[in-house]
Design a binder for this molecule. Sequence first.
Ligand code: NAP
Length: 347
Amino acid sequence: MKFMLQIAENVSLSQYSTMRLGGTARYLCSVQTRSEVAEAVAWAITHQTPPIMIGTGSNIIWKDEGFDGLIIVNNIMGYEDFAEDETNHYLTIGAGETWDSVVARSVQSGLTGIEALSLVPGTAGATPIQNVGAYGQDISQTLVSVEAFDLTTQSFLTLPASDCNFSYRASRFNREDRGRFLITGITLHLMKQNPLPPFYGALEKYFTEHSITQYGPAVVRNAVIDIRSHKLPDPATTANCGSFFANPIIDQDALLDLQVAYPDIPHWPTDDPEKVKIPAAWLLESAGFKDFRDEATGMATWPAQPLVLVNEKARTVADLLAFKARIVETVKEKFSIELVQEPELLP
Ligand code: NAP
């Protein structure tokens, strides 16, 4: 087979992670079409090297030893809006589209369904992987299907949302089928109408404080952008991967134990009445990691949101992982809760 794709060799991975750390990739290419995806996989098979697909690297921590395989950077674009009737719109989106520009376009068309996911970094194709969610919406609520190349069967397929095993910040793509599907596109079902209250707590508070009583997709988007911009660092200027730990879900019994020593521990209900969600940010702050700078590793926590670990002058992924371990151990000792890393550690 004759290959047309440009394959780069020995590429630094730090430019493919917004944490700006990581070793070297043996091979790297960029794909813009489905047929280029198939060609890249065929190239990897011919060269007996494993492939990994990535978007912009906003949720990836590479290892210091790098990756002895082929990185496929997804640049598949596309935004098609099919209006079934006045209210029901189906958007088919290329996986390489910048997610926030997809949200901006849908909101401009007056569509509701993903406006609370404004400013989530990364590409559209990454959103189903961890069932991205924020401010009361998650992608599983609007996702119709995922189009992907299946490395197991060596063919393209369309997975309906019901086959994605979505749960809180999880799906088959980051659990049982991690690495199996190279996502090339997604289809969403959005509605041309105004979102209705009640809204997520932080949004309700924002609307009250700003005397906002008329709600539309753009009103929610602007509120989320305002809240996020005050709380989170911009990855373009500050090396970070967003929230570094998932919000832990614990048993009601464990909460009762914790409430003896910490009566004010915040907690939220989950779909399972036996379990509650604890804000990881509160755990970090209470364990002494608010606005914390670690000279030994060059890592820090972001002053307005301790859940965001910031690479100020770390040299290696080992530095980052040492800082992570210190946080995880301290929180575990104090609260008996094991924090779990949210960005993927690859490979
Ligand atoms: P936040 O709004 O202060 O919330 C912290 C925790 O409290 C989260 O577990 C959140 O649940 C929960 N919570 C807050 N208000 C709630 C309510 N009214 N009902 C139920 N649970 C409530 O969190 P933040 O760190 O600033 O993040 C803002 C939003 O972005 C959150 O929705 C967070 O989940 C989301 N986020 C998502 C990702 C991701 O998808 N990987 C990464 C970072 C942040 P929820 O998580 O269910 O909202």
